[in-house]
Ligand binder design. Structure first.
Ligand code: FAD
Length: 407
């Protein structure tokens, strides 16, 4: 490695994607600088559901035990209510070839969860610097060769590295500086709040589909529920500045959710985020990878954002290790990451797009709910796909639906 480099890799953003890739590279002996503009614990607007397969990667990162000890709530499945009130009680596969790493998902507040991963990175030889904002990339010809950093004291400095990994989320400076971010046709807004006074959970999260909206209830701690509502962006736009009132009024329009919220008390202000979906193109420059939300986001309905962040970090670490060992971080050498990423997520992305078509049409959502109510095996498969233990092609190719599930 050239002596001019300060670190083998600079990771921008210490959320789940950034912390995970930093941990994996450090475990293989690489020198890593992990930068975040925030200090942890920091707030993060999220439904706070962790898919069962996320546990596999958390275990590999040495963080699962701490996540359990932090009081993560196990969720054996989802209770899904269709627009006409049809209720589906779907559980993750517990046996057979599609059983996941665990048979339950987890719910844990993001400030706690993200801090666990950052602490894990700090326990390794990773140079973790909080309150350090990356404001620009250093680019030479067709290569990213480092970052310009502004710490809390305002004294900016530059760091050179053969590999910069953008894990800086939906506002990614890395992706923006390379001109990779584009708008998405799906324009929705999420409103999220912690609430209390909503009991009666049966070990499952709850989803209420009521087009054009949907709402999700996740019990994230004793007596505390994460309540997320997703609505078309244009419906919320006139209420800018009055989103708390809009949130409460809109929730009342979801007929089957309304009775669940009779004793509800918000525990703080409502957080809002939109538009949720955006596209990110593959970089043409060498010396750079994008993981987690920095590489794009669609919709939180199937709750795989954190799993995707962790899995893309695994894929990135593997390719980065090979590239660093070979002393070649050119775009060509890093191309394997983008192929692996497409392979890993393509089918799930197709399925989530299909589900969006369903949940935006009342008649179709009801029709699918009736079908699933009659086919508990299909519902379990769908839960497995959502939980990332069942390959989505099982549901995308109908002929496979007639095989014996779980065998
Ligand atoms: C409403 C909503 C609900 C969701 N619900 C779920 C859910 O229930 N389950 C699920 O799995 N996923 C969910 N997601 C998706 C999930 O939150 C994200 O996919 C996940 O947080 C991505 O992790 P990340 O590490 O890529 O990014 P982030 O968690 O956003 O972390 C990025 C980090 O980069 C830092 N950063 C940003 N810019 C800079 C900079 N210039 N310099 C230095 N640091 C910087 C930030 O401070 C941050 O710490 C939801 C998303 C939304 C919007």
């Amino acid at each position: 490695m050239s002596r001019e480099w300060s670190y083998d890799a600079v990771v921008v953003g210490a959320g789940p994607a950034g912390s995970a890739v930093a941990i994996l590279l450090a475990e293989h002996g690489h020198s890593v600088l992990l930068l975040d503009k925030a200090a942890f614990p920091r707030p993060k607007l999220c439904g706070e559901y962790l898919s069962p397969e996320a546990s596999r990667i958390l275990d590999r990162l040495g963080a699962l035990k701490t996540v359990d000890e932090a009081g993560a709530v196990p969720l054996r499945g989802m209770r899904i209510t269709a627009p006409d009130g049809t209720v589906l009680e779907g559980d993750y596969p517990t046996e057979g070839r599609y059983r996941g790493y665990r048979d339950h998902a987890l719910a844990l507040r993001r400030p706690d969860f993200d801090s666990i991963l950052v602490a894990r990175a700090k326990a390794l030889p990773v140079d973790v610097r909080e309150r350090h904002r990356v404001e620009d990339l250093l680019i030479e010809e067709d290569r990213v060769v480092g970052v310009r950093v502004v710490p809390a004291d305002g004294r900016a400095f530059e760091i050179r590295s053969p590999l910069v990994i953008g894990a800086d989320g939906r506002q990614s400076v890395v992706a923006r500086r390379l001109g990779l971010v584009g708008a998405h046709a799906l324009r929705r807004l999420a409103l999220v709040a912690y609430v209390e006074g909503v009991g009666g959970f049966d070990g499952r999260g709850e989803i209420y589909v009521d087009p054009p909206d949907y709402a999700i209830l996740n019990p994230v701690a004793a007596g505390i529920v994460n309540l997320s509502l997703v609505v078309p962006l244009e419906h919320a736009a006139p209420y800018a500045g009055k989103l708390d009132a809009f949130f409460l009024a809109r929730l009342k329009q979801l007929d089957h959710l309304r009775p669940r919220l009779l004793g509800m008390r918000p525990l703080g202000p409502v957080g809002a985020l939109g538009p949720l979906a955006y596209r990110v193109a593959r970089p043409r420059h060498g010396g750079v990878l994008l993981v987690g939300d920095a590489a794009g986001f669609y919709d939180p309905f199937t709750g795989e954002g954190v799993y995707t962040a962790l899995r893309s970090a695994e894929l990135a670490a593997e390719v980065a290790r090979r590239a660093l060992a070979g002393g070649d971080c050119s775009a060509n050498a890093l191309a394997a990451f983008w192929c692996g990423r497409r392979e890993a997520f393509r089918d799930k992305e197709r399925l989530t797009r299909l589900l969006q078509v369903v949940i935006r049409r009342r008649w179709l959502a009801n029709l699918v709910a009736h079908r699933l109510a009659r086919r508990p095996d299909l519902l379990t498969l769908l839960m497995g796909v959502i939980g990332d233990s069942v390959p989505p092609r099982v549901l995308l190719f109908p002929r496979l639906l007639f095989g014996r599930p779980g065998s």
